[in-house]
Design a protein around this ligand. Structure first.
Ligand code: GCO
Length: 467
C-alpha cells in the first residue's frame, strides 16, 4: 500500500481522539547558547521554477507522468525564486535569521550532469549567494536535494556506480565557483528519503520500485558523499563540511515480536544505513545483505569521513509493522491511539527529536549537529483582516520542537542551530501545492509572499537569541 494511503488509514482510527488545544506562543522565548544559529531551509526544485534552465531534472520527468503528483502540477514555476530570490532574501532579513540553507539544482549548472557547465546557472547561484551575504545571512549550500539531471538518470542514475565520480566533479565545480564566499557545504539532503521513496516505493522521482534499486541508491549516495567530502576537503581547509539526514525514531506499531523485528529492519534501512557507514565505516547487519554485492574494496574507507557537522531533519517518529508483501517485509503501521498528527498525517512527538539527538550523542560520538529542517503542515485558517494567516498550530509545533532541542542541549548534545522548513509555501514533491509548510503564504496567482503569524513568532524567537 502506498505510504500516503497507509498513514491516512492509520490516522483515520484517531479521528475520535480529541485534538489538544494549541497553546499560545511562548511569552518569553527560550534562551539558547551564544552563537546558536537560527535559520531557514529550502530546496532548488521546490522553489526556483525553471527560469532559463534548459535541462530537465528527474522531477520534471516524473511530474509529467499522470497520477504521480496529487494536484497534477509540475515544478515548472513553483515560487519562481529564480526571478524572485530578492523577495526571499528580504523575507529572511525581516526574520532576523543569520543562516539560509538552499540547494543547487545540478541540471541548472550542468545540463548533461557532467561535462560542460551552463554559465547562466552558475551566474544565478552567484547572484543568490551575493544577495545573502549582502543581507548579512550566511549561505549554507546543499549540493543535492533530489533533483538529479535527467541526463544522468538516462545513464542509470544512482544505480550506476560511476555517479560517485560525476557527483565529486560537480561538487568541485561548485567549490571553485562559490568557495570564496560559501564556507558551509552539505553534500546530500536525506539520502534515505531519496533511496526509499524514489527507488524503493516509487512515490518520488525517479519512480523505481524494489529493494535492489533502493539499496543501490543508498550505497552509491554514500560513496558519492565520501568522494565529494574528500574533494572539498582538498579544495580548502576553511570549509565546514557535512551532510543532512532525515533521522526518525522507528518504533513497532504493536508490541509484537514481528513488529519489533520490522522496526529494527526499518531502523537499519532508514537511519543506520547512512549513519553507520559515515561514522563507523560499516553497514548495519540487517542492511548489509542488500548492499554486499555492491561494496568494492576501499569503499567503506572512502565513505567513512570526518565531517564538521551533521544536519538532522526531524518531523516525526515512524511506526512499523511486519508485512510480507511490503518493502523489506515491513510496512507503515497505525500510530498509537491518541497521538496528534499534522495534516501530513505524521505523528507529532517532539520527544522523538530528543531521542535522536541523544542517540547521536551516545552512539555516534556526539558530533556537531544542526537541526536543518523542522516544520509542519496544518490545514490553515483563511487570512484574517490583517491579511495574516493566524497559524497557531504551526507555532505550537515549532515551539514544542524548539523546546525539545533546548532539552537536548541541557542533556549534553552538541547542537549548534535550528533551521525551519520552510520560508514560503512551495512545491511539496508528490503533494504538489497541497501541503503548505511556509512561514509565508504563496499567492499562486501573483507569486506574492505573505507572512503568516508564525513568521512574526519566529522572528521574535530569533531576536530574543540574537548575539
Ligand atoms: C524532506 C525534504 C523537504 C520537504 C519537507 C516537508 O524532508 O522531505 O527535505 O524537501 O519538503 O521535509 O516534507
Amino acid at each position: 500500500m502506498r505510504r500516503r494511503t497507509l498513514l491516512q488509514a492509520g490516522a483515520a482510527g484517531l479521528l475520535a481522539a480529541p485534538l489538544a488545544e494549541p497553546k499560545p506562543a511562548m511569552a518569553e522565548p527560550l534562551r539558547f547558547p551564544p552563537g546558536f544559529v537560527w535559520g531557514v531551509s529550502t530546496s532548488s526544485c521546490q522553489i526556483e521554477g525553471r527560469g532559463d534552465r534548459k535541462a530537465d531534472s528527474i522531477w520534471d520527468t516524473f511530474a509529467r507522468i499522470p497520477g504521480t503528483i496529487a494536484d497534477h502540477t509540475t515544478p515548472e514555476i513553483t515560487c519562481d525564486s529564480y526571478h524572485r530570490y530578492p523577495e526571499d532574501v528580504a523575507l529572511l532579513k525581516g526574520l532576523g535569521v543569520k543562516a539560509y540553507r538552499y540547494s543547487i539544482s545540478w541540471p541548472r549548472v550542468l545540463p548533461d550532469g557532467s561535462g560542460e557547465p551552463d554559465p547562466r546557472g552558475l551566474d544565478y547561484y552567484d547572484r543568490v549567494t551575493d544577495a545573502l551575504l549582502q543581507a548579512g545571512i550566511e549561505p549554507w549550500l546543499c549540493l543535492f536535494h533530489w533533483d538529479l539531471p535527467q541526463a544522468l538518470q538516462d545513464r542509470g542514475g544512482w544505480g550506476n556506480r560511476a555517479i560517485a565520480g560525476w557527483f565529486a566533479d560537480y561538487a568541485q565545480l561548485m567549490a571553485r565557483r562559490l568557495g570564496d564566499r560559501v564556507r558551509r557545504w552539505a553534500m546530500f539532503n536525506e539520502p534515505q528519503v531519496h533511496a526509499v521513496m524514489g527507488h524503493g516505493l516509487g512515490e518520488h522521482a525517479p519512480g523505481l520500485h524494489g529493494s535492489e534499486p533502493m539499496a543501490a541508491a543508498g550505497h552509491h549516495q554514500n560513496l558519492a558523499q565520501g568522494r565529494a567530502l574528500q574533494a572539498l576537503r582538498a579544495h580548502s581547509d576553511k570549509f565546514e563540511l557535512g551532510t543532512v539526514m532525515s533521522l526518525q525514531p522507528v518504533r513497532p506499531a504493536q508490541n509484537l515480536a514481528a513488529d519489533r523485528e520490522a522496526a529494527a529492519i526499518w531502523d537499519a534501512a532508514w537511519n543506520r544505513a547512512y549513519l553507520d557507514p559515515l561514522f563507523r565505516g560499516t553497514y548495519p547487519a540487517r542492511f548489509l545483505p542488500l548492499v554486499e554485492k555492491l561494496v568494492q574494496p576501499g569503499d567503506m574507507a572512502e565513505i567513512r569521513q570526518k565531517i564538521d557537522f551533521l544536519g538532522v531533519n526531524y518531523y516525526s517518529p515512524m511506526f512499523m509493522r511486519a508485512d510480507p508483501a511490503g518493502l523489506l517485509g515491513t510496512n507503515w503501521g497505525a500510530l498509537p491511539v491518541g497521538m496528534r498528527t499534522t495534516a501530513m498525517t505524521w505523528g507529532i512527538d517532539p520527544t522523538g527529536l530528543t531521542d535522536i539527538l541523544s542517540e547521536l550523542r551516545t552512539q555516534y560520538g556526539n558530533p556537531r549537529v544542526y537541526i536543518t529542517e523542522n516544520g509542519a503542515f496544518f490545514r490553515e485558517p483563511p487570512a484574517g483582516p490583517s491579511g495574516r494567516i493566524d497559524d497557531q498550530e504551526r507555532i505550537g509545533y515549532l515551539r514544542d520542537h524548539i523546546s525539545a532541542a533546548h532539552h537536548a542541549i541541557a542533556a549534553g548534545s552538541n547542537l549548534g542551530g535550528y533551521f525551519i522548513w520552510t520560508l514560503v509555501d512551495n512545491w511539496e514533491w508528490a503533494h504538489g501545492f497541497t501541503a503548505t509548510f511556509g512561514l509565508a503564504q504563496l499567492d499562486r496567482a501573483t507569486l506574492t509572499r505573505l507572512p503568516k503569524a508564525s513568521y512574526d513568532w519566529f522572528a521574535r524567537v530569533a531576536a530574543a537569541n540574537a548575539v
